[in-house]
Design a protein around this ligand. Structure first.
Ligand SMILES: *[C@@H]1O[C@H](CO)[C@@H](O)[C@H](O)[C@H]1NC(C)=O
Ligand SMILES: *[C@@H]1O[C@H](CO)[C@@H](O)[C@H](O)[C@H]1NC(C)=O
Ligand SMILES: *[C@@H]1O[C@H](CO)[C@@H](O)[C@H](O)[C@H]1NC(C)=O
Ligand SMILES: *[C@@H]1O[C@H](CO)[C@@H](O)[C@H](O)[C@H]1NC(C)=O
Ligand SMILES: *[C@@H]1O[C@H](CO)[C@@H](O)[C@H](O)[C@H]1NC(C)=O
Ligand SMILES: *[C@@H]1O[C@H](CO)[C@@H](O)[C@H](O)[C@H]1NC(C)=O
Ligand SMILES: *[C@@H]1O[C@H](CO)[C@@H](O)[C@H](O)[C@H]1NC(C)=O
Ligand SMILES: *[C@@H]1O[C@H](CO)[C@@H](O)[C@H](O)[C@H]1NC(C)=O
Ligand SMILES: *[C@@H]1O[C@H](CO)[C@@H](O)[C@H](O)[C@H]1NC(C)=O
Length: 475
């Protein structure tokens, strides 16, 4: 009886504490532990943000930080995006002062690496660990994943990585696009897997290396780049709704490789709406449809991925993973001749210039001549013809696309004829299993539509310096 009275008193005290200031205790001290599936989170004093186990399925969790008051519970940071933790995993601020994730299977992942005595989930979304002298020894803002929040800075050398394009438990895992605050002072978006040098970058007015950082200013929720001498060298668009503090804000590299700023009215039960996106057309993103894919978009919001003629999807359930040849052909084999191939043309489509594999340009040629150029070179796979310039391309074809920039250009690709394929398959004594797989893939390849984020706001066209793909004004 006495025990339950005591418990009741503690309970009352807790309630009173909550009511007295209407705030949560955002602090954890050494020895604190959270358990996935049980008491999984630490709220900031306002309750706007939470740190802890973010459920991604009934049994899997990410150690993360999320907007806690909105229905979407939008995740903004994660410590284990590629290795979700199972139920009964724990997060501890150990007695030794380190923040660690103890997976249920016994694996330990160290999150911080300097001794702390207190952790605070701040109202700006930053989880800060401090030592006994109140020095900041670790903060989540220094290790961003795909999102920046007001007050956060992407320092020189810092990077954001998109989430992957998938729906399952790997939805928050590291995807194929990166925003890189390079040491040379350039901010670059790239499909880094493919050794891509970038599909968007800000350009510095002057040459020479400067340390530059990307600042998300909390006073006006605007993003800009500042040099080491504190000069602003580039500002992102600034159509931020006011008063700024009535909204939640975030800037995110989305899973399709676009960098965008969003706002969300704090009290109106609304939704995230976009303030700007850095690329007006989703197919400007390199390799968004993977190797041998063809990107198009009907509305500049959703991405449609097709395979180039002669190719089939690697994973029909996710067309953005790219395509592989229907038949593996050595185009340079002795027994093959030009009669074994045809050249297919795709109107109003093309590829950006100066990429890996872009190896010869023929000027003042027509369609027939451009086709001939590919046909006669067994190493050539494709070409794009723009303004009578034929750009010959080797494999792989990463960035075939249909955008406003490729209007009027023609994309040519070399495809083996049926008899050539049959001949090759006979030669290799292809087993039926391979055949069947190919057949299945071809059928499924009719499912080409792939929806991107549904977005609600159409901003003004941006005036930004971006990597110029315009075939007419080649640099
Ligand atoms: C949390 O920790 C900070 C820093 O030590 C302190 O100022 C604040 O009062 C603590 N908040 C609560 C509710 O204990
Ligand atoms: C979570 O629950 C465990 C076990 O009930 C307890 O030891 C721990 O102190 C709790 N953590 C927090 C932060 O409340
Ligand atoms: C424990 O689980 C994590 C997350 O799934 C995984 O990364 C790790 O390899 C596992 N460890 C062992 C020893 O199986
Ligand atoms: C802690 O981690 C940071 C960032 O990864 C690293 O720069 C630093 O050297 C590490 N410190 C120690 C003591 O390991
Ligand atoms: C740049 O601004 C920061 C913060 O306001 C300040 O500490 C620093 O001294 C400034 N640097 C220069 C070169 O003015
Ligand atoms: C936001 O504030 C910063 C710092 O005061 C200023 O440099 C910048 O121009 C402001 N941006 C907008 C869009 O008001
Ligand atoms: C929020 O809702 C209030 C009341 O319904 C309305 O007056 C206000 O205009 C709304 N604000 C926004 C930004 O939607
Ligand atoms: C997509 O954006 C481009 C460039 O801003 C524009 O030329 C084109 O008309 C847009 N297409 C659609 C369907 O809105
Ligand atoms: C193409 O190649 C195959 C064997 O690889 C051969 O049987 C066929 O006759 C060739 N010619 C044409 C026009 O397809």
């Amino acid at each position: 009886m006495r025990i339950s009275l005591n418990l009741f008193a503690i309970f009352l005290l807790l309630i009173l504490h909550h009511q007295s200031n209407g705030q949560n205790n955002p602090n954890i001290t050494t020895g604190s532990t959270f358990t996935a599936g049980e008491n999984g989170s630490l709220l900031s004093s306002s309750g706007d943000f939470a740190f802890g186990f973010y459920p991604i399925s009934d049994t899997l969790f990410l150690v993360g930080i999320w907007f806690n008051k909105i229905q979407e519970r939008t995740l903004v940071w994660s410590a284990n995006r590629d290795s979700p933790a199972e139920i009964r995993s724990t997060i501890s601020l150990t007695n030794g002062g380190l923040l660690v994730l103890n997976y249920a299977n016994g694996t330990v992942q160290q999150i911080s690496n300097r001794t702390a005595s207190l952790g605070t989930m701040q109202d700006d979304g930053n989880l800060v660990l401090r030592d006994s002298s109140s020095n900041n020894v670790w903060e989540s803002f220094k290790f961003p994943t795909d999102t920046l929040l007001p007050g956060q800075t992407l320092l020189s050398g810092g990077q954001l990585y998109s989430n992957s394009i998938s729906d399952g438990n790997s939805k928050y895992s590291k995807g194929k696009f990166r925003l890189d605050m390079q040491a040379d002072g350039k901010l670059v978006l790239s499909a880094y897997h493919f050794g891509d040098t970038g599909y968007w970058l800000n350009s510095l007015d002057d040459e020479g290396n400067h340390e530059v950082k990307l600042v998300f200013d909390q006073r006006n929720a605007s993003l800009y780049l500042v040099k080491d001498n504190n000069n602003t060298i580039f500002s992102f668009p600034s159509n931020v709704p006011t008063p700024v503090e009535d909204y939640y804000h975030r800037a995110t590299i989305d899973s399709f490789g676009n960098f965008q700023q969003y706002a969300y009215h704090k009290t109106n039960d609304s939704n995230w709406f976009r303030l700007w996106k850095i690329l007006s057309e989703p197919c400007m993103v390199n390799a968004v449809c993977g190797a041998y894919g063809l990107c198009s978009s009907n509305d500049n919001e959703t991405v449609s991925c097709d395979c180039l003629p002669g190719f089939v999807f690697l994973d029909p359930s996710n067309p953005t993973k790219g395509c592989h040849p229907e038949t593996i052909i050595n185009f340079c084999a002795d027994h093959l001749f030009t009669g074994n191939f045809t050249i297919e043309a795709i109107q109003d489509s093309g590829m950006p210039y100066n990429e890996v594999g872009d190896y010869e340009i023929y000027r003042d040629v027509d369609e027939e001549e451009c086709k001939k150029v590919i046909m006669e070179d067994c190493y050539a796979m494709a070409a794009s013809l723009i303004n009578r310039e034929c750009h010959k391309r080797r494999t792989p074809i990463l960035n075939a696309r249909r955008t406003s920039m490729t209007k009027g250009s023609i994309f040519f690709i070399k495809v083996p004829t049926k008899s050539a394929k049959d001949g090759i398959q006979t030669k290799k004594k292809t087993n039926t299993r391979t055949h069947l797989t190919a057949g299945l893939l071809t059928t499924s390849s009719l499912t080409v539509l792939f929806r991107a984020l549904a977005l609600y706001y159409h901003p003004d066209p941006l005036r930004l310096v971006r990597r110029e793909w315009n075939p007419i004004h080649q640099e």
